[in-house]
Write a protein that binds this ligand. Structure first.
Ligand code: ADP
Length: 400
């Protein structure tokens, strides 16, 4: 069965096409700079064929049309025609309290997704554009929505409630939702599978460290707590986001710097984090290089980054009454051996015996980086959100 996965952002569309029974990725690509100058489409087939087309792409629907053209193209395509696609899986960022698992997209579901827009005004609208475009272009093919927030819907109220007037939760649904749920779900299940552990009986801490970063406590197979909140700003220090911040600081800055709420939002979302502290970059590789060359602020940014992940691991171990498995994933988690070593330092008191040799120099590999006798297992588990979306889509459409 061929499953087409779409991940529509505000100015980009990522896509992958799977032969799902074999977990085989047939082709993948990206459309970038939608509605901007210099828009292009890049397609990479699994046999190595690669093509980049510089074309004007004024909107998402046009972008998707070009994608459908290239995947059925005689020279660069993977399909003879579009009828070969059995189902489409969409990444949807925010499902609010309305969705706790992946669903078949119906008119009623779209209505509910529309209602979630106010919770993610930047992310959900492009996701919906993808859904509307596909409905128009391929109306007979079932579409499935897979939500970043769904996995975290199992959190208990003590984890998801903010200490604000309860009426604001009732009135505006203000609470912690968490993100990266598809990734946390995938890597936690995958790591248990590879280590032969019973998923339903583990206390797991999953660190998704990318440009955006979040950490999740997963107890007995269910998300118990996670660091991102109503929005992706809360929690760990990130590439350009503050993570946890004394709210008083924000009011103080707004006063001192005369910022309105939009400017303040941009400050905590786009100008802070590793970039803000280091003044070098939001890209860890560049910050690590600068630190190696003696840049003190880059060193400080890295120290803060590691320390904050460490604090969350401690907090979640306490929250769950222990930890059996610690997982690293995301661009930095998968490719940053120094980051992993630093974060895992001095965790012997938890029963974590880190294996420096197994960890050193390893990038993008699925490996165990704890010693054989370590009570807490530590893994690097590369994430694959698109595969999860394809698998969820497959499971739902085969039951239709
Ligand atoms: P997102 O999906 O949130 O945009 P990614 O998961 O792609 O982010 O992660 C991006 C981060 O991963 C960047 O900070 C980048 O520096 C880091 N990264 C990618 N490859 C490497 C590497 N080889 N070594 C260290 N960091 C890396």
């Amino acid at each position: 069965m061929k499953i087409f996965v779409l991940n529509c952002g505000s100015s980009s569309i990522k896509y992958q096409l799977f032969n799902i029974e074999q977990k085989e990725l047939l082709t993948k690509g990206i459309v970038e700079k939608i509605g901007l100058k210099g828009s292009f489409l890049k397609n990479k087939r699994n046999d190595g064929d690669s093509v980049k087309l510089k074309i004007e792409i004024p909107n998402h629907q046009e972008g998707i049309k070009h994608i459908l053209d290239i995947i059925t193209d005689k020279s660069h395509g993977s399909l003879k025609n579009l009828n070969e696609i059995n189902a489409i899986g969409h990444r949807v960022v925010h499902g609010g309290e309305k969705f706790n698992s992946s669903v078949l997209i119906t008119d009623e579901v779209i209505q509910k997704m529309e209602e979630c827009i106010e919770l993610a005004p930047l992310h959900n609208p492009p996701n919906l554009k993808g859904i509307y475009s596909m409905k128009k272009l391929l109306p007979d093919i079932p579409q499935i929505g897979v939500f970043d927030t769904a996995f975290h819907q199992t959190m208990p109220a003590k984890s998801f409630m903010y200490a604000i007037p309860y009426s604001l939760y009732e009135k505006h649904s203000i609470r912690r939702y968490g993100f990266h749920g598809t990734s946390h779900r995938y890597v936690s299940q995958r790591a248990c599978e590879t280590l032969n552990l019973d998923y339903s009986k583990q206390k797991i801490i999953s660190c998704h460290l990318g440009n955006g970063a979040s950490i999740a406590a997963i107890k007995n197979g269910k998300s118990f707590d996670t660091s991102m909140g109503l929005t992706p700003i809360e929690g760990l220090m990130m590439g350009t986001r503050t993570g946890d911040l004394d709210l008083g600081v924000l009011f103080y800055i707004m006063n001192k710097e005369n910022l309105n709420s939009k400017e303040a939002y941009a400050l905590v979302n786009k100008q802070s984090g590793v970039l803000g502290v280091s003044g070098v970059s939001n890209d860890m590789r560049e910050v690590e290089d600068a630190a190696r060359n003696g840049n003190e602020r880059a060193k400080l940014a890295l120290e803060m980054y590691f320390y904050r992940v460490k604090k969350y691991i401690g907090a979640y171990a306490a929250a769950m009454g222990g930890v059996d498995l610690l997982i690293f994933t995301g661009g930095i988690g998968e490719n940053g051996p120094e980051t992993r070593e630093d974060i895992c330092k001095d965790f012997e008191f938890l029963g974590l015996e880190f294996d420096k040799e197994k960890n050193a120099g390893k990038r993008g590999e699925e490996i165990v980086i704890s010693k054989a006798n370590s009570k807490v297992k530590v893994t690097v588990t590369p994430t694959d959100e698109e595969l999860v979306i394809a698998q969820d889509t497959y499971e739902i459409v085969t039951k239709l």
